[in-house]
Ligand binder design. Structure first.
Ligand code: C2E
Ligand code: MG
Ligand code: MG
Ligand code: MG
Length: 287
């Protein structure tokens, strides 16, 4: 195609391609180094209970503290980690780091620490994924039944090879690990599967929360998810809650929990420790 349009076009095309693959290769090299240099870190965002506004858990979110690029968020590098398979060692690092932090908070006397970790599909598909999660928890002296590590899964991950998925989920669930479905409502939902998976909560995608008060469709979707969750005995958490108006409406609709900038952005570990110790004063009930 490019060739037919003449030599100049062909050259232009080639140069463009090279620039793109060069950028990618550079990023990939930097990401490999990032792991070796320990430049990844976890930030934590609280999950807040709807009734008492207490912190009932938190989500670990990956960040890359790059000397060259500054603080980089996942949208800029997770896709490449997934394409290159680097998500496997990085995902394992995330799990270890979350367990290490759960251990540290418990040792500091902070009770009921529940950390949710995001999983990528490739990671979940690894042979004996369940065994490796349990091993990592054990290495950190965490009893899965006592110390909540929760795993956030997407709808597409769940529906790819259902039989094996159920097997992996059941093994982990029997050990005490909890699961939530992330970005619920955006994926390819097959509602009949929900009752076959040992899931404890649904996280309503932030795109439905954003215009909740002005968009009737979003309101219908959110109330349908809440009703679905209730009838299946799942807790329902709203993501991306930014305003008091959204929070009040979600409370009226019977949502169980919230996460969003209204309460806190994802914060580094020292700030999360502060939030855990002071949540009752920081987020007064009914706010
Ligand atoms: P997610 O799991 O759905 O996480 C929620 C995202 O929404 C986070 O973006 C969070 O910072 C952002 N957020 C939270 N509250 C608000 C709000 O009130 N308003 C708005 N506009 N945004 C809010 P982040 O940290 O950039 O992460 C993006 C995605 O990257 C995550 O979406 C998750 O899919 C993925 N991710 C993050 N950490 C990991 C990880 O350790 N492993 C894997 N596999 N994926 C990860
Ligand atoms: Mg998540
Ligand atoms: Mg989400
Ligand atoms: Mg998301």
């Amino acid at each position: 195609q490019a060739k037919r349009e003449g030599r100049n076009n062909f050259q232009y095309y080639t140069v463009q391609m090279n620039a793109t693959s060069w950028q990618r290769l550079k990023l990939e090299t930097e990401l490999r180094q990032a792991l070796a240099r320990n430049e990844f870190e976890l930030h934590y965002q609280p999950k807040v209970d709807m009734d008492c506004n207490k912190i009932v858990g938190m989500e670990a979110l990956l960040r890359w503290q790059s000397a060259e690029r500054g603080l980089v968020t996942p949208a800029e590098f997770i896709p490449l980690l997934e394409e290159t398979g680097l998500i496997l060692p990085v995902g394992e690092w995330v799990l270890r780091e979350a367990c290490k932090q759960a251990r540290a908070w418990q040792d500091a006397g902070i009770p009921d620490v529940h950390i949710a970790v995001n999983l990528s599909s490739l990671q979940f598909r690894q042979p004996d994924f369940a065994g490796s999660v349990l091993k990592i928890m054990q290495e950190h002296g965490l009893d899965p039944a006592m110390n909540g590590i929760e795993l956030e899964l997407t709808e597409s991950l769940l529906l790819d090879n259902v039989a094996r998925t159920i097997d992996t989920l059941n093994t982990l669930h029997e050990a005490g690990i909890r699961f939530s479905i992330d970005d619920f409502g955006t994926g390819y939902s097959s509602l009949s599967y929900l009752k076959r998976f040992p899931i404890s909560s649904l996280k309503i995608d932030q795109s439905f929360v954003q215009d909740l008060s002005s968009n009737r469709d979003d309101e219908s979707i959110v109330s349908a998810i809440i009703a679905l969750g209730r009838s299946l005995g799942l807790s329902v958490i709203a993501e991306g809650v930014e305003t008091a108006e959204q929070s009040a409406q979600l409370r009226r609709m019977g949502c169980d929990g919230m996460q969003g900038y209204l309460f806190s952005r994802p914060v580094p570990v020292a700030e999360m420790t502060y939030l855990l110790q002071n949540s009752a004063n920081l987020f007064p009930a009914g706010a």
